[in-house]
Design a protein around this ligand. Structure first.
Ligand code: HEC
Length: 142
């Protein structure tokens, strides 16, 4: 009996040891970020007073919202899924491609948040910055 238990134990150890280790996860040859991340390079903060002198909505959108709303961002991924489920083209997952957004809607979403999107404070995005961003994205008017 003892011998049988010993045999079972030895067999279990042998099986565990024989289990090959999973292959090491490696990045692309030559280092650098994986290709998808290169699309997430955000624009730098435009020069000028953050409270008043912000007009470049495209650069501000890239800088403030880009981590989530450029290609590959989690906002883009979630919205693409939602838009496709609603019968829209997958490209409309990118906010910059949308033609149906209004300035007021964008401002409300940014200040209040929406589902998985956190609300952003006036420290994160000043009113002047949000105004420029909302006018850049809000192709459907006020
Ligand atoms: C931390 C990530 C994150 C940041 C930063 C972020 N968003 Fe979002 N946003 C999301 C996610 C995620 C959603 C999708 C919410 C959902 O439906 O679950 C979303 C949704 C939205 C929507 C709603 C679109 C729709 O069709 O309902 C708007 C508008 C929007 N974001 C604008 C902005 C703007 C403008 C900024 C920058 C000032 C910004 N977001 C910054 C994550 C982010």
């Amino acid at each position: 009996m003892k011998r049988a238990l010993w045999f079972v134990w030895c067999a279990a150890v042998a099986v565990c040891w024989a289990d090959p280790a999973p292959p090491a996860v490696r990045g692309p040859a030559g280092g650098g970020p994986p290709p998808m991340l290169t699309y997430q390079m955000r624009a730098p903060q435009p020069a000028g007073d953050r409270q008043t002198g912000q007009k470049d909505g495209r650069a501000l959108f890239s800088n403030r919202c880009g981590a989530c709303h450029l290609a590959g961002g989690m906002g883009t991924n979630l919205l693409t899924k939602e838009r496709v489920a609603a019968g829209e083209a997958p490209e409309s997952g990118l906010l910059a491609n949308r033609k149906d957004l209004t300035v007021d809607f964008i401002k409300a979403v940014v200040r209040r948040g929406k589902l998985a999107m956190p609300r952003l404070t006036r420290v994160d995005v000043t009113d002047a910055e949000l105004d420029a961003i909302a006018h850049y994205l809000g192709k459907s008017g006020g």
